[in-house]
Design a protein around this ligand. Sequence first.
Ligand code: FES
Ligand code: FES
Length: 132
Amino acid sequence: MAYSDKVIDHYENPRNVGKMDDKADNVGTGMVGAPACGDVMRLQIQVSDEGIIEDAKFKTYGCGSAIASSSLLTEWVKGKSLEQAAEIKNTEIAEELALPPVKIHCSVLAEDAIKAAVQDIRTKRGEETAAE
Ligand code: FES
Ligand code: FES
């Protein structure tokens, strides 16, 4: 299967790989796994008191498409509000990276990860969880 140039670019030069202190008050962590293949993704966001995402880091144990999806996502969420970040759809990621049908679940992993990270910081801050 041929990967798109964008997938290869993110795979070879992943942005924002790393780890944040998941105990910190201003850090939200999303850790999700893909039942389809067993890949695991950890996505973390650093959030200001105003609810703006100042930084994002990821670590993905998975295929090139999963790594590219999470790398792209960390670029997209910086500067966004929690609400905006939680609205990112896997279809937008899949479209940007031109993922083939068998790799769509890799972008779902990224959507699940950011939603989990947003949920985590909201829970830490004791906010009501908005129904999706
Ligand atoms: Fe997950 Fe490809 S099946 S790495
Ligand atoms: Fe399973 Fe990509 S995350 S093959």
